[in-house]
Design a protein around this ligand. Structure first.
Ligand code: ADP
Ligand code: MG
Length: 363
C-alpha cells in the first residue's frame, strides 16, 4: 500500500487537470475548496490506501448535502481501507493482514464485504487467465522489500534472486485462497502464501463509493481515489470531464492525450508509478507471472469502463499481456476501452478510446 512521492505527484497532477477550475488544496486532513460561482466543490482525504482521495461535486448540491455525501464516501473508503490493509490490523476487524498472518491456520470468519471482495478477486483471476492474481503476495513481497531497501540504501540496491522468486511463486496458487460464502470464512491454505490486493483494492473501494452515490441519487460527482477516476453521471450541462493521460516518459511535461469522459471509470497503470533503480535499470511494480519480473510490454496502459473495480483489475492484467491478447480480452468483455502506450512512446487504442480523445485546445 506504499506509494512513492512521484506517484502522489501524478495523482495530484491528474486531479488538477481534471478540475482546473477548482480552488487549491491545503495540508489539512480534510478541507473544502472555495467555490467560485458555479464551480465545483471538492474535499480531499489523505488517510486511505496510502494515497490522496478527492470527492468533487459539480452539480451545485447544497453544502449540507455535499457534506453528508462526502462524509459517507469517506466512511466507505475508510472501511475498505481497513479491510484491505495488509500491513496493519484494526481493533475488532479481521482484515487481510490478519488473514495473511494466519496463513496455514484455521479458517477465520470475516466481514461479508471481504468475502464478496475476495470472490470478486477470484473472478478477476479467471477473467484475466491468471494475469491478475491477488495470491501473488509471496512474489510481490520480495519485490516490495527490494524497493524499500533501494530507497533506504540506493548504493546497494538489488533485485530479488531468480531462485527466491521461483520458490515464492510455488506459493501463489489461487486455490490456496479458500472461501466459504455460507459461513463467511476465509483461509489461506499455505503458510508461505499471502494476499496482495494492490492491483484491485482501490478500484473496488472506489466502485463501492460510486455505488452509494448513485443509489443516493447523486449525479455530476467525480471521485479520484489515488488516480482511479470514477465519474458519477455527467456535468449538469452534459459536457463531461476532460482528463489528461500522463506521458509515461516522465522526463517530459507533456501528456499522452486528453480524453472527455462521463459516467465511467478511468484507471491507468504505468511504469512511472512506483519503481526503483539498480545499475541504471528501472524496476517497476507490476509483476508478470511468466517472468516474475516487471512486465515489459508497455510503459503505461489506461482502461476506461464503467465499473472502477473492473477497470483496476484490467489495468494490471492487460499490462502483463501482449497487445493482441489484451485487445481480444477487452473485446470479449465488451464496454472496455483501452490505451496502450509502448516503451518507445508508440500508442495504440481501441476505436472507442480514440473517439474520446480531445484536441489540445478543447476543454
Ligand atoms: P497502482 O494501484 O499502483 O496504480 P496497479 O493497479 O497496476 O497500480 O497495481 C499494482 C499493484 O498490484 C502492485 O503494487 C502490487 O501490489 C500488485 N501487483 C503487481 N503485479 C500484480 C499481478 N500480476 N497480479 C496481481 N497483483 C499485482
Ligand atoms: Mg490495477
Amino acid at each position: 500500500m506504499r506509494q512513492s512521492k512521484r506517484s502522489w505527484a501524478c495523482v495530484l497532477l491528474l486531479a488538477l487537470l481534471l478540475l482546473s477550475a477548482c480552488a487549491g488544496q491545503g495540508e489539512s486532513k480534510e478541507e473544502t475548496s472555495v467555490p467560485q460561482a458555479v464551480e465545483p466543490v471538492g474535499k480531499v482525504y489523505y488517510a486511505y490506501f496510502d494515497t490522496v482521495s478527492y470527492v468533487y461535486d459539480y452539480a451545485g448540491d447544497s453544502a449540507e448535502r455535499f457534506d453528508d455525501r462526502s462524509a459517507e464516501v469517506s466512511h466507505i473508503l475508510e472501511e475498505y481501507h481497513q479491510l484491505f490493509d495488509i500491513y496493519h490490523e484494526y481493533s475488532g476487524v479481521v482484515n487481510l493482514c490478519t488473514l495473511n498472518k494466519n496463513a496455514g491456520g484455521e479458517a477465520l470468519e470475516v466481514d461479508p464485504r471481504l468475502v464478496e471482495f475476495l470472490v470478486y478477486a477470484k473472478d478477476m483471476y479467471t477473467l484475466t487467465d491468471g494475469e491478475m492474481n491477488v495470491m501473488l503476495g509471496a512474489v510481490l513481497r520480495l519485490w516490495h522489500d527490494c524497493r524499500e531497501n533501494a530507497a533506504e540504501d540506493p548504493a546497494n540496491a538489488a533485485i530479488p534472486g531468480e531462485e527466491a522468486l521461483r520458490e515464492a511463486y510455488t506459493h501463489t496458487g489461487i486455490e490456496l485462497l479458500e472461501i466459504d460464502t455460507e459461513r463467511n470464512t476465509v483461509r489461506i491454505a499455505d503458510p508461505e502464501a499471502s494476499i496482495d490486493v494492490g492491483a484491485l483494492g482501490k478500484g473496488y473501494a472506489t466502485e463501492r463509493a460510486a455505488e452509494y452515490l448513485e443509489q443516493d441519487g447523486a449525479a455530476g460527482y467525480v471521485l479520484n481515489i489515488g488516480g482511479n477516476i470514477r465519474c458519477i453521471g455527467d456535468r449538469p450541462d452534459g459536457s463531461g470531464w476532460v482528463t489528461a493521460i500522463q506521458d509515461p516518459d516522465n522526463s517530459s511535461d507533456s501528456f499522452a492525450c486528453r480524453i472527455r469522459i462521463r459516467d465511467t471509470a478511468c484507471v491507468t497503470s504505468g511504469v512511472y508509478e512506483r519503481y526503483f533503480t539498480v545499475n541504471g535499470q528501472r524496476y517497476h511494480h507490476i509483476i508478470d507471472r511468466d517472468t516474475l519480473l516487471p512486465a515489459a510490454y508497455f510503459a503505461s496502459l489506461t482502461v476506461i469502463t464503467r465499473d472502477s473495480a473492473l477497470a483496476d483489475a484490467l489495468s494490471t492484467a492487460l499490462f502483463c499481456m501482449p497487445l493482441e491478447e489484451g485487445m481480444q480480452l477487452a473485446e470479449t468483455i465488451g464496454g472496455v476501452e483501452v490505451l496502450w502506450i509502448f516503451p518507445d512512446g508508440e500508442q495504440y487504442s481501441t476505436p472507442g478510446f480514440a473517439a474520446l480523445i480531445q484536441e489540445q485546445d478543447t476543454n
